[in-house]
Ligand binder design. Sequence first.
Ligand SMILES: [Zn+2]
Length: 78
Amino acid sequence: MDALDGNALAGELFVAFGREMTTAVGSCTNCGTRSAVAELRVYVSGPGSVAQCPGCGTVALVVARGTARFSNYELAGP
Ligand SMILES: [Zn+2]
């Protein structure tokens, strides 16, 4: 399965957070890689999508049914 980038989740993230999230920057708590949400590697599957750290592949974000949850990924600011 080919990876998309974080922009693929822009619409769903906007619904979940009420604001544009793809330009938000955070860092992976596993390897420390700093990246914008738009730079995460996104895999879309049936019920939802996951976004992985571009550095180590750790799951950074899970989006499912209108909700989105960051994990192992610390947002740096607004
Ligand atoms: Zn990482």
